[in-house]
Design a protein around this ligand. Structure first.
Ligand SMILES: NC(=O)C1=CN([C@@H]2O[C@H](COP(=O)(O)OP(=O)(O)OC[C@H]3O[C@@H](n4cnc5c(N)ncnc54)[C@H](O)[C@@H]3O)[C@@H](O)[C@H]2O)C=CC1
Ligand SMILES: NCC(=O)COP(=O)(O)O
Length: 331
């Protein structure tokens, strides 16, 4: 009985390839029986032996950037996807935008065919995929579309916090119109269900942020809380979801206050994620809730400034692998 994780190795000009190679070496030692230390000790030791890690990407690129011998690593396999053009660290090339999508499509195909049970993603540069002529706002939205599900929920976890987002990658100007009753109903349902199923919380307590300063100050600083968010919380509570709010985001994140909840639902990307990244950058994970399979990722981006230097920290990608193992049953 084995669980197979497909690890997409990310934007070739960024730190994804070197981090993926480094994580393959780390994973292989654990798979071969090395004593788990640090966060790796969070999963049952037998889980390492029962897991295979499949690196999806250009094999020569991974070998060159990794600076280590990658062939013959125990428990590690490769799904070769060729670069479209040679890649230089730190230098984006739209000609490889399609390559990045090729790696995602290959991993999705593996899951669809039962050849992998979870996807772990190294970071991509969203802009370069758009530069290649393919509208792309993020893995989250791409995986949702490819899975054919109405909605997924982006959640980042780290430093004792879980922060989910009601809206993801869209211009700030478009946020208020995107926050609707049906969106919040689906988001709260998915968040509650996956906190139970994937994070094993028997009765998750969810804090819901307001959109406006001071959660609208009784309607004097905006009406979204009164017209949209509070009614959605009421419907969620009626359905058995332990949702609270709308709460002013600034004071909700005061440590003693946020500690009363298992997760926070933020209304938009930069309302919740700066707090989470301040608390745990480099150790957190991103997880897509509501997909028919497990998908985890890093809490950081492509770090073009570090690409090829060997100085990028693999901690978040290691944590993404650990969490994918923890959440994925063996096939
Ligand atoms: N999961 C994904 O695919 C994600 C992709 N991105 C994309 O990454 C690109 C660059 O985003 P930025 O805002 O510049 O954020 P970034 O996370 O790439 O970089 C921010 C700062 O953190 C540092 N940093 C990042 N990862 C690090 C690591 N592992 N070890 C040490 N230092 C690290 C960088 O050197 C830089 O100083 C954008 O295109 C963005 O869309 C951003 C977040 C997640
Ligand atoms: N800030 C998180 C982020 O941009 C990750 O997006 P995604 O590519 O995982 O959808």
């Amino acid at each position: 009985m084995v669980r197979r994780l497909a690890l997409t190795t990310g934007e070739p000009a960024g730190i994804g390839p070197e981090l993926s190679a480094s994580v393959a070496v780390w994973f292989s030692a654990l798979h071969a029986g090395a004593a788990p230390a640090g966060p790796a000790a969070e999963v049952d030791p037998s889980a390492w032996r029962d897991t295979e890690l499949v690196l999806v990407g250009d094999s020569q690129l991974l070998a060159a950037r990794g600076g280590a011998e990658l062939s013959g690593l125990a428990g590690v396999a490769f799904e070769a996807v060729p670069l479209r053009v040679a890649s230089v660290p730190g230098r984006l090339d739209a000609a490889n935008g399609r390559y990045v999508l090729d790696t995602l499509d290959r991993a999705i195909g593996m899951v669809e065919r039962g050849q992998a049970q979870a996807i772990v993603t190294a970071p991509v540069q969203k802009s370069v995929i758009n530069d290649a002529g393919v509208p792309f706002s993020g893995h989250t939205e791409y995986l949702q579309e490819r899975a054919g599900v109405d909605q997924v929920v982006m959640m980042l976890a780290g430093g004792g916090l879980r922060v989910a987002l009601a809206t993801t990658h869209l211009p700030l100007r478009a946020v208020p119109d995107a926050i609707t009753g049906p969106l919040l109903d689906r988001t709260l349902r998915i968040l509650d269900a996956d906190l139970r199923a994937r994070f094993l919380l028997a009765a998750p307590r969810i804090a819901v942020c307001g959109l406006n300063p001071h959660a609208g100050e009784g309607g004097y600083l905006g009406r979204e809380e009164i017209d949209v968010i509070a009614p959605a919380i009421g419907r969620a509570r009626a359905a058995g979801i332990d949702a609270h709010g709308p709460l002013p985001a600034d004071t909700l994140f005061v440590p003693d206050h946020v500690a009363q909840y298992d997760a926070v639902l933020s209304m938009f990307h930069d309302q919740g994620l700066p707090v989470l990244k301040h608390a745990s950058f480099g150790r957190g994970i991103n997880v897509t809730l509501g997909l028919p399979y497990v998908r985890t990722s890093v809490d950081h981006g492509t770090a073009l400034d570090l690409a090829g230097t060997g100085r990028a920290d693999p901690g978040s990608l290691q944590q993404a692998v650990i969490e994918a193992i923890r959440m994925t049953p063996t096939a």
